[in-house]
Ligand binder design. Structure first.
Ligand code: ZN
Length: 51
């Protein structure tokens, strides 16, 4: 099994200390923000499609 781990946050570049963060590649706060940004992009996309 190939388990890739990230030592730095892919969003802000800060060091990731928790193993969970190293797996996802984001700190807890950045991970939430990335998810929010993705959902916003999806909403915008759906909005454009329905127009
Ligand atoms: Zn971060």
């Amino acid at each position: 099994m190939n388990e890739q781990k990230f030592l730095k946050c892919k969003r802000c570049g800060r060091r990731l200390s928790s193993p969970d963060s190293q797996v996802v590649g984001y700190g807890p706060i950045c991970f939430r923000k990335v998810q929010e940004e993705e959902s916003v992009q999806c909403d915008l996309f759906d909005f454009e499609v329905t127009e």
